[in-house]
Design a protein around this ligand. Sequence first.
Ligand SMILES: C[S@@+](CC[C@H](N)C(=O)[O-])C[C@H]1O[C@@H](n2cnc3c(N)ncnc32)[C@H](O)[C@@H]1O
Length: 251
Amino acid sequence: MGNQNEVRKNFGQRASKYRLSTTHGNPVDLERMINLIKPTSDDIALDIATGGGHTAIALAKYVNRVVAIDISPEMLAEAEMASKQESISNIAFRTEDVHNFNISDSRFDIVASRFAVHHFSDVKRALREMCRVLKPGGKFYILDCSVFDGEEPEKEINRIELLRDSSHQCSYSPRLWHQLLKELPLTIDHTSLLKEQYELPRWFDRMGTEQNSREEIFRILNSLSAEGKIRYPFCDDYITTYRFEILATKN
Ligand SMILES: C[S@@+](CC[C@H](N)C(=O)[O-])C[C@H]1O[C@@H](n2cnc3c(N)ncnc32)[C@H](O)[C@@H]1O
């Protein structure tokens, strides 16, 4: 057992915040995902760790059917509510852990996951499972929090993420992502490191980050090297973050 209880607790308590989150529901990100995947009306898609359902709902508008899984029943209830609000009826919601899900091999044309891999306690196993249920020729899409390559960001920015969210495991740098992807039966079509800003205090409030952890996060940011400060500018209203995006095809 890894951090699954912590994930259920942290997300279960704050599920509606993730449904309402403008970060997760950002239409520009969702449109870029659709343009990369190019879903078709025959496709069956799997959304891993659906959270507030933004990815599943975006895909459902283009495909035949979506299965949306999450470890948190409260998050799934929010995702289902969001789909009803949009009159979407082709999503099946299921409580599953990505590390052990009960899904047969090669079932899906699309497997997608956004803003979730950094929670997975056994990332290699989770990624293998995602590939196992994808058909050969199927599309594999990930968008997740990332950090710049290098010892300082890989250590210090992950320390910040863990202070904010006790269920955080690792935001992988591009260097680490490429090591993980090399072991999977995938042909990489596209990767990119995207720079973003998190609005404060909204980013803290979404996870209920304690005041002393917020202060420690600013102490870490203030003590970054000169190069780190250029890559991770911040002020009272925002901090800088990076995301890694992947589109691949199953061999
Ligand atoms: C930030 S939310 C995901 C946002 C969502 N994908 C979107 O596009 O808006 C992260 C989700 O990962 C889920 N999660 C974390 N670990 C998981 C696991 N091992 N299996 C399934 N879901 C998991 C959490 O319950 C939470 O709902």
